[in-house]
Design a protein around this ligand. Structure first.
Ligand code: CAA
Ligand code: NAI
Length: 688
């Protein structure tokens, strides 16, 4: 009894032993924890005075899973499988006491216990698929036995956790403990002992193992996960639970896990997991800097972005005021927000009462002075410098002292905007991505004068509203759009040289993006860029010709592709082919057939080159920050780890040589490899 080791404590409350693990911050099941648990179980098994055991965790959560930092290192006994075997070998009831998030190996450990109790706020889940893995500690065999293969597969393939109430209804947990968890779990164990309840292990249950509905569920769940190894392995493992004896299924699960954990996809996904967390550490924010408290927000402009941003506040329970120039525009914006919520309600993603609660947090006004009570203001008016400066001058007049003043601009100079105020230290960019209530990425743009605590406030708020904040510097297009612009130039060049939109898009989706550049352009609309170019006296040979022929994108049923009425599926269009060939002829560009491999290189390598320049200029802090931006903002396939990680896998010497080749053949000097790539390639190293 007492301390087993630095992470595991064993004490007794009468006839019930309590094993408490304390491994901050998330009680990952590192080696010391596994060793301590094994020893605690051994002692309790031998102690005749102990009649039942509770396993609980200190701190903010029950075990959040295996220790991801141990993956790829030599395994150290006891493994999690051995801890689990020791639990199942106990002849005394073992009760898992869950709070926070019981995830991955943590939830799997709980599934091996005889009983599970949880506080109402607890959540349980198997998120391994998000790391390119499958649950490797019996989860694919035990969960189907507990809740049936179909529902288990859904939890395992989506990786999304469920709430305690749902877990109770499904029989995943046995009781919800209101009040003190440890006391409740001990009382529960005592009752089990007193009643002499039978100790039935999940592994021995067979009644829910029906094959019906499984194949359809597998097909639906994996349809959109092309190219990924882990979901397919999850399906195979859960199917094994139906078709193979438990031990055999467990063995196959272990084999599949070992294959995935050493594979390239999981390594890339683990890179993104840690890069995302690293991005939260922003250089230049001194240790101990306190974010300013945010209890209310304001959004200026109820357009596409303003409405979505207001929803982000409301979704996180923060009251927000939207300011518009007129009542009609305001009403239209609020109606769009309500319609968005209604769509989620009708899909079953939100309760009607919850929608009401969130709508009640959003108020709309036409009086600008109303922003005076907000702790943080986000401007989302038209992309015009003079207008933004006027709005910020007004903000300077009415915003309260210490309010953080943010702009959602996609391209404009945040420093110039900040200079329109007398408090540039409070000004920064918060660049959301469309649709703002859905897309996870948030580029936070640090201005030359932005104060560390203002920046820390924006980062903290970003996390609070469930975004992935990445801090970047001021430049045209910041990180994501600046790199994307390189891809757009190359995409047009490919069309002029002989490719068709469907070929370019197929190469890009084949690489793993959910959408190609031309389908994306059709979705965004081609006319906006056309009008901007006209204003600036610029030309784009193909896109201008398309717009002149009324091809504005999905909104007109034709753009780079044709769209049947009511459909969003792009269909190749012979008229577009003619417009493209005409453009090639007009510009004297001979057409040739272009291999998919070349298209992929030309869609990706120029962006990597721009990423390298962004690093050289210090606009992004780390290559991993750029990777996170591309995964969360632009649909870069997570299992390829982001553009800079991908470049490192291919080797920078290869990237350098191919860029030099394309620069020569096109005569475009911007394709010459960036100095950083040349230096790192010469050193034989990579970005990371
Ligand atoms: N192993 C090691 N470190 C972990 C970890 C894990 N499983 N989970 C989180 N951490 C670390 C994070 O890297 C972070 O470290 P820094 O502070 O140094 O950046 C710290 O714990 C806190 O994490 P978050 O910032 O993410 O904290 P949060 O409160 O926002 O979220 C969480 C907590 C929901 C648990 C989230 O961290 C999470 O989703 N973790 C991963 C859970 C997971 O994938 N578990 C499955 C692991 S694989 C497995 O278990 C295989 C198996 O079948 C045996
Ligand atoms: P939008 O045209 O849909 O909305 C702009 C809204 O601002 C309009 O409703 C307009 O009435 C209102 N407005 C104009 N002047 C105002 C004022 N003085 N006070 C209050 N409201 C005013 O534009 P959208 O697309 O929402 O873009 C807004 C900003 O977000 C722009 O800076 C844009 O560059 C940026 N952005 C847009 C993205 C997109 O995909 N649409 C993505 C990321 C950023």
């Amino acid at each position: 009894m007492g301390n087993i080791n630095a992470s595991v404590d064993l004490r007794r409350d009468g006839e019930i032993a309590i094993v408490t693990v304390d491994n901050p911050p998330v009680n990952a099941l590192k080696h010391e924890v596994r060793a301590g648990l094994t020893e605690a179980l051994r002692q309790t098994a031998e102690d005749a005075a102990v009649k039942g055991v509770v396993i609980a965790c200190a701190g903010r959560t029950f075990f959040a899973g295996a220790d991801i930092t141990e993956f790829g290192k030599p395994p150290q006994a006891p493994g999690l499988g051995e801890v689990i075997a020791a639990i199942e070998a106990m002849s005394k009831p073992v009760v898992a006491a869950l709070h926070g998030t019981a995830l991955g190996g943590g939830f799997e450990l709980a599934l091996a216990c005889h009983f599970r109790v949880a506080v109402p706020s607890a959540r349980v889940g198997l998120p391994e698929v998000k790391l390119g893995l499958l649950p490797g500690a019996g989860g694919t065999q035990r969960l189907p036995r507990l809740i049936g293969p179909e529902k288990a597969l859904k939890m395992i393939v989506t990786g999304d956790p469920i709430e305690a109430r749902e877990a109770l209804a499904d029989g995943v947990i046995d009781e919800i403990v209101e009040g003190d968890l440890a006391a409740g779990a001990i009382a529960f164990a005592r009752r089990v002992v007193a009643e002499g309840r039978p100790l039935r292990l999940v592994r021995d249950r067979e009644d829910k193992l029906v094959a019906e509905g499984f194949a359809d569920a597998a097909e639906t769940l994996t349809r959109r996960l092309r190219g990924r190894d882990a979901p397919a392995a999850c399906v195979e493992a859960v199917r094994n639970a139906i078709t193979l004896p438990f031990e055999e299924g467990l063995k196959r699960e272990g084999e599949l896990f070992r294959k995935l954990v050493t594979g390239d996809q999981s390594k890339a996904q683990r890179h993104i997991f840690f890069a995302e967390r690293e991005a939260a550490r922003v250089p230049g924010i001194p240790e101990g800097t306190k974010p300013r408290p945010i209890t209310s927000g304001a959004v200026i402009g109820a357009g596409t972005m303003g409405g979505g941003i207001a929803m982000c506040f409301a979704n996180a329970g923060i009251p927000v005021t939207i300011v518009e120039t007129g009542r009609d525009l305001l009403q239209r914006g609020l109606d769009r927000v309500a319609a968005n919520y209604r769509a989620t309600v009708s899909r079953g993603g939100l309760g009607a009462d919850e929608m009401e609660r969130r709508m009640a947090l959003i108020s709309g006004v036409t009086e600008f002075d109303a922003v005076g009570s907000a702790d943080l203001v986000i401007e989302a008016v038209f992309e015009e410098m003079d207008l933004k400066k006027r709005v910020f001058a007004d903000l300077d007049r009415v915003a309260k002292a210490d309010a953080v003043l943010a702009t959602n601009t996609s391209t404009l100079d945040v420093n110039e905007i900040a200079r329109a105020t007398s408090r540039p230290q409070d000004v920064l960019g918060m660049h959301f991505f469309s649709p703002a209530n859905v897309m996870r990425l948030l580029e936070i743009v640090r201005g030359a004068a932005t104060a560390p605590d203002a920046l820390a406030t924006a980062v903290a708020l970003g996390r609070r509203i469930s975004k992935v904040p990445v801090t970047v510097g001021v430049c045209y297009g910041f990180v994501g759009n600046r790199m994307l612009a390189r891809r757009s130039v190359e995409a047009e060049r490919l069309l002029l040289e002989g490719a068709l939109p469907q070929e370019v898009d197929a190469a890009v989706t084949g690489f793993g993006f959910p959408m190609g550049p031309f389908a994306m352009a059709d979705m965004a609309g081609l006319d906006v860029g056309w009008r901007i170019r006209k204003g600036r006296g610029e030309r784009n040979a193909i896109e201008d010709a398309l717009c002149e022929a009324g091809h504005f994108g999905q909104k007109t049923g034709k753009g780079y592709f044709r769209y049947d009425s009511g459909s969003r599926t792009p269909v190749p269009d012979p008229e577009v082919e003619r417009i493209i060939i005409d453009a090639s002829t007009r510009l004297n560009r001979p057409r040739r057939s272009i291999a998919q491999e070349e298209i992929v290189e030309r869609m990706i390598f120029p962006m990597i080159n721009e990423g390298a320049r962004i690093l050289e200029e210090g606009i992004a802090t780390r290559p991993g920050d750029i990777d996170v931006i591309w995964v969360y903002g632009y649909g870069w396939p997570v299992w390829r780890g982001g553009p800079m990680y991908y470049a490192d896998q291919l080797g920078l010497a290869h990237i350098r040589d191919r860029l030099s080749f394309y620069a020569e053949s096109s005569g475009d000097d911007t394709l010459r490899p960036a100095a950083l790539i040349r230096r790192l390639a010469a050193e034989g190293s990579g970005f990371a």
